[in-house]
Design a protein around this ligand. Structure first.
Ligand SMILES: [Zn+2]
Length: 133
């Protein structure tokens, strides 16, 4: 299979690919080889409006996971991942990626655990996602 990354952010595509590949390999060991081509759209997450609404409603609690979002189609190798502009956490990136990959495999939320509880211990602590110059 091929992984095509359409990166609309300043985060280094090579670094993102490394994290995605490690996550894909780890998930393949559990779920079996994903054999469709995969397109990953990477963009920034605009959370200003979300934070504003939450503050207005009175339940804003700073949480690192708010800065990430994903969406995917069922049974098609396509996903979109939205990332923060600063302070990226590769472990959360891997968690979002695996969650969306599960949708690409056909799983629905009632068949899946919470994405932010996914085990990503396959990522070493020194892995980094840097910005392109
Ligand atoms: Zn989902």
């Amino acid at each position: 299979m091929q992984m095509k990354i359409e990166n609309k952010t300043k985060w280094d595509t090579k670094d993102l690919r490394k994290v995605f590949k490690l996550a894909l390999n780890a998930d393949n060991k559990i779920e079996g080889r994903f054999n469709k081509h995969l397109t990953v759209i990477v963009k920034y997450r605009n959370i200003r409006q979300i934070v504003k609404n939450q503050i207005r409603l009175g339940y804003w609690t700073p949480n690192e996971t708010y800065y990430y979002k994903g969406c995917a189609y069922y049974n098609i190798g396509w996903m979109r991942i939205s990332l923060p502009k600063e302070n990226i956490n590769p472990k959360i990136v891997a968690q979002v990626f695996i969650h969306e990959l599960e949708h690409c495999r056909g799983f629905r939320h009632n068949q899946m655990g919470k994405w932010f509880k996914l085990d990503v211990s396959f990522l070493s602590n020194d892995i980094q996602i840097n910005k392109e110059d």
